[in-house]
Write a new protein. Sequence first.
Length: 313
Amino acid sequence: MRSRHGWPVAALALALAPPLHAGVYWVTVAGLGGEEDYEQRFTAEAAETDKLLKASGTQLHVQTLSGAEATRAHLTQVLADVARAATPEDQFVLLLIGHGSYDGVSYKFNLPGRDISAAELAALCNAVPAREQLIVNTTSSSGGAIAALQRSGRAVIAATKSGTEKNATVFSRYWLEALEDPGADVDKSDSISALEAFEYATRKTAEFYSSEKRLATEHAVFEDVGKGPAVRAPAPKGGEGQMLASLILVRFGDAQSEALDPAKHDLLLRKEQLQRQIDELKYRKAALAEEQYQSQLKTLLLELARTQAALDH
């Protein structure tokens, strides 16, 4: 990535880049509802997510637990299975829907039977070898889980800013809506990134409380550098938000067609990888000499153009 000599360099840059993702392992869990209305809502959101994901691509491994199946033992087994099947090149996503609790010290995700703590969830996810991970915790008190879950290479989203925001949340419904609404695609890439989904769901959640004339009892946050406090918006010059922006959750339109086409799938992933590298380079611009920055940017843009031409062929 540091050479400055035209087309041979582009090939070298690609060779030195991280390998393309082999697949995505996505586990959705709808926890204990407690009341019939919540039970139906959580189960429906999990089922809709499952349907959406299974229609979105061939490289996606989807498992969904809800109702009586969403026990601590079953979730532990499913995550252990993912840990055995996934590779470092894969991505891993865990989506938690339901209620959470926080006693001032630790967070627990409410499940039929015995609950599971954030520390226990972290240990199970730590065993998954995927180098890029995303945990989306849409439950009440979910902010209380961030400290236990955060780790380098893992982005964590929580529906609440702390464990003390204990009311039932609406963030999960808008998170799902973001995955279904092309309007969430701010950069017009025919795909929804985790950051775009977060910002969409956050905005819609705020609009919900405003329209209901209710005081907001949830404030979504995220942390994706593996340390430090969670934030509500990405940093303007890199850091928090960079990983979320690079994680593609769903594709539609041309991007979905290319993802489903065996002849174009790898080219699409290469294009998305190059776009991430360009974004990362722009974040690092201040730390580079201008000549070095322009040389690396030119190399990446040329390779991106070649990849797009191959996709359009």
